[in-house]
Design a protein around this ligand. Structure first.
Ligand code: NAD
Ligand code: UFG
Length: 338
């Protein structure tokens, strides 16, 4: 298939491009580089042994998007990774998040429809469940109260794309709800490259490991979990990327709107992840217990069985690979892609 990968220079999109090329698809990556660099695609090219076509496009700019579609053979599908994603920043800059994430999706979907490309796979998030109704979280778990504008944009975009399908059943929409993607490509060439101090656990751990940060703060050890620290469903980014390739099957059988959790189905606490990292890498991670982080919930992990049943996808890599690969990337690239 010929696939438009928006946000394809970013963390997850770049890993998806690797898996798409490996499976024989052709891609065009579209990104405005607001949170990434083209260097990631040079690295992807090194991994797959061929250059990756790229256009610098801001998806909110209709003329740019139109021009991109006109210059290309018809896309069979769009994998829509592009968006702003920092939870804390979205609380401080709500308008920027709503404006960027919603407008880019609206322009993209409109131009896609006009050019007869009505298949989209969207990067959603487990955050749409809020405090989940039940655990493990299944896809029929109702959406919950979402505490930040970033998460709201995910929920709203899910609704917008669902409405687009309702208006024109020719559309197929796959909503992939990611749990906690971590890790990096095993080559050590691509990985997560956060700007500033990381907000998420694994990049914080790897920056402590490489000596850029002094110690990890663990946000609360008084949760109702086995060791008191928060429990999440961490998933290797390569498994996540493969899940996108498998999701193409749903489009091929005209799925309408289909929702899949992408997780492992296994929860790890913060302390378990820190210990797994030290074991997998031999690097010590100093830490101290800090107060709970506002908005965090104690525990959630996925029931990923729907993706296995319907797409034949399941996560294959365990927490050791997640830690070892995250560390290889960080150790080889202490300054990220710079
Ligand atoms: P990322 O920031 O590395 O990649 C997103 C890319 O989108 C960036 O390269 C950025 O430059 C681009 N972008 C943003 N606005 C754009 C615009 N208007 N036009 C063109 N490009 C634009 O993030 P990621 O971690 O790779 O996440 C990819 C997607 O998955 C995002 O939509 C994110 O919200 C979603 N997601 C991520 C996680 C996670 O933990 N990383 C979890 C759930 C969902
Ligand atoms: N944590 C720490 N110290 C840190 C960072 C995190 O103890 O420095 C803890 C958190 O309290 C939480 C766990 O580690 O218990 C995981 O935190 P992350 O920030 O890595 O991930 P979250 O589960 O909070 O959220 C992430 C993304 C969201 C996304 C969600 C579900 O940041 O965008 O996963 O996919 F919505």
């Amino acid at each position: 298939m010929h696939i438009l990968v928006t946000g394809g220079t970013g963390y997850i999109g770049s890993h998806a491009v690797v898996e798409l090329i490996r499976e024989g698809h052709t891609v065009l990556v579209a990104d405005n580089l607001v949170n990434s660099t083209e260097e990631s695609l040079r690295r992807v090219a090194q991994i797959v042994g061929q250059p990756i076509p790229f256009v610098n496009v801001d998806l909110r700019e209709r003329e740019q998007v139109e021009r991109m579609f006109q210059a290309q053979p018809k896309f069979d599908c769009c994998m829509h990774f592009a968006g702003l994603k920092a939870v804390g920043e979205s609380v401080a800059q709500p308008l920027r998040y709503y404006e960027n994430n919603l407008n880019s999706t609206i322009v993209l979907a409109d131009v896609m429809g006009k050019h007869g490309c009505k298949n989209i796979i969207f990067s959603s998030s487990a955050t749409v469940y809020g405090t989940p109704d039940h655990i493990p979280v299944t896809e029929d778990c109702p959406k919950g109260i979402i505490s930040n504008p970033y998460g709201q944009t995910k929920s709203m975009i899910e609704q917008i794309l669902t409405d687009v399908h309702t208006a024109d059943p020719g559309w197929n929409v796959v909503l992939l709800r990611y749990f906690n993607p971590i890790g990096a490509h095993p080559s050590g060439l691509i990985g997560e490259d956060p700007t500033g101090t990381p907000n998420n656990l694994m990049p914080y751990i790897t920056q402590v490991a490489v000596g850029k940060l002094k110690e990890l703060g663990i946000f609360g050890n008084d949760y109702d979990t086995p060791d008191g620290t928060g429990v999440r469903d961490y998933i290797h980014v390569v498994d996540l990327a493969k899940g996108h390739v498998k999701a193409l099957q749903a489009l091929e059988r005209n799925c309408g709107v289909a929702i899949y959790n992408l997780g492992t189905g296994r929860g790890y606490s913060v302390l378990e992840l820190v210990n797994a990292f030290m074991k997998a890498t031999g690097v010590n991670i100093p830490y101290s217990i800090k107060p709970r982080r506002p908005g965090d919930i104690a525990i959630y992990y996925s029931d990923p069985s729907k993706a296995k049943r319907e797409l034949g996808w399941e996560a294959e890599l365990g927490v050791e690979e997640m830690c070892a690969d995250a560390w290889r990337w960080q150790e080889n690239n202490p300054q990220g892609f710079q």
